[in-house]
Design a protein around this ligand. Sequence first.
Ligand code: GBH
Length: 505
Amino acid sequence: MANWTLIGLLALCHTCLVAGYTKFPAGFTFGIATAAHQIEGAWNVSGKSENVWDRLSHTRPELIADGTNGDIACDSYHRYQEDVDELAYIGVDFYRFSLSWARILPTGRVDHVNPDGIRYYNDLLNALAEKNIEPLVTLFHWDLPQTLQDLGGWANPKMIDYFRDYSDLCFREFGDKIKSWITFNEPYEICEDAYGDIKKAPAIDSHGVGNYLCSDNLLKAHAEAYHLYNETYRPVQNGRIMISINSIWYEPADPNNAELVALAEVANQFKFGWFAHPIFTAEGGYPTAMVENVALQSAAEGLPKSRLEQFDDYWIQRIKGTSDFLGINHYTTFLITGAGVDPTAKDPSWLKDIGAVQTMEVGGDSASEWLRVVPTGFANLLRWCKSSYNDPPIYITENGFSDLPGTLEDYGRISYFNEYLSEILNVIYDDGVKVLGYTAWTLMDNFEWRAGFSERFGFYYVDITDPARPRTPKLSVEYFKQLIANRELPQDEIFKDPAKIRDEL
Ligand code: GBH
């Protein structure tokens, strides 16, 4: 049973990156993730139509930190073989990427299938197969065809049909090569950031209203795609299908303050539970705290009905249990500091509905304001998922760290990976949390949504001023390669920041 080792005292071990467990259990798998709009480019060639990110970055460039867009990005549409060679060099078990709906279905509907879109993904899948890299494929990573947004996008219940039809086509066309599917990447970001705010395209900003219309439709669309796969494709294709939920984990600023502990639980129900509770609990439906809070707020606003209504019994049953694994994207932790309305909350809004004040003033820095380094928050989230969702099998489908363009000796990224991976080992061995695999974000520096190219998450540096989009490995490439080769946290001194070693001596 003991296929792990416990390293002794860190104080005596300047070469060690962490103390504690270092060995991953047998069968644990490692991969790297990207998303179509962030890497492909080729935004208007070979039949691809405009998506909501094309539209936002072209018409409102002031909303993108550096005024850039994804027109060319990493040019992976033309350079996918380079991507695959890099993945093979690192030695990953799987590659998580997403399909561009607008490249496959320019009208958004299945009336016109773009042969070039089908060819592109078949080429990529064949290149991966040649290197024995398993595909883990996301159907929707935020790049909705603009044609469907013009009809209301995820606020329109008709999206349930459109998403099921698109999924059906993808299962049929690619399902012989793809054994692992993700329906949605980060439903919270899709609904709250894009329909309840302007943080993501299409930037509808219908705060407190559009965000909840979106979640109703998105959860139903997810369930329909799951049932379609489960009933029609799984019997012949033998794959698995899940959803990837992002969480900013909320901790009480003072763990001994019972009110803050209770508020942090409400905040986690609003954030993670909004999408996890309907799918992963025995009772199903939206979390009680959410239904109650939004109903109270809505009544106070003089509305005849709540802005968030519970699903009816048919949909509660239909959505429940529709994910083979719990996919978790995790980056950071925020603190809950008090009761009341957060000063940044719009009226009405999801944030106001929570009824708690939050702060990001915690942990170490990255290049992204929102990304604080709090590894213990990750462990707490994972333990909470085990107890809240009946001990589900979990895949970490994203985790990563940003720094500034050109940081090739990326010690910040390496130490982030090392500390977060170390927490995964802790919860596996000490708490029995069933974490089965880990996906690092991301293969190469890419179009970081509203941050443009100003914040970099990649293993490879990409020079976006060079038309050839050359990729230069950062030190983290060697770190991740060694991790995968040995299935053990690397202990090599070269991965430790020389400045930190000096400090410790
Ligand atoms: C993931 O989202 C995405 O799946 C991926 O595409 C992305 O590149 C990666 O993370 C790195 O960001 O308050 O306006 O400053 C992570 C979740 C949630 C990240 C909200 C940024 C804050 C934006 N995200 N967010 S803002």
